[in-house]
Design a protein around this ligand. Structure first.
Ligand SMILES: [Zn+2]
Length: 54
């Protein structure tokens, strides 16, 4: 099951929640050469984000 994870954008500082694949789904996607979609900021669309709101 995908899990909801909190991220904060390193570019604009926007905080957002998004669903990410869990460990097993990521492994499976890699094995099948499917892209594990990169998390990006909904405001500025940069992928320079980090987990957590601290
Ligand atoms: Zn941003």
């Amino acid at each position: 099951m995908p899990e909801r994870v909190r991220f904060r954008c390193n570019n604009c500082g926007n905080r957002f929640e998004t669903e990410v694949l869990d460990e097993d789904e990521r492994r499976e996607a890699r094995r099948e050469n499917r892209p594990t979609n990169a998390v990006h900021c909904p405001e500025c669309h940069r992928t320079d984000v980090r987990r957590g709101w601290d």
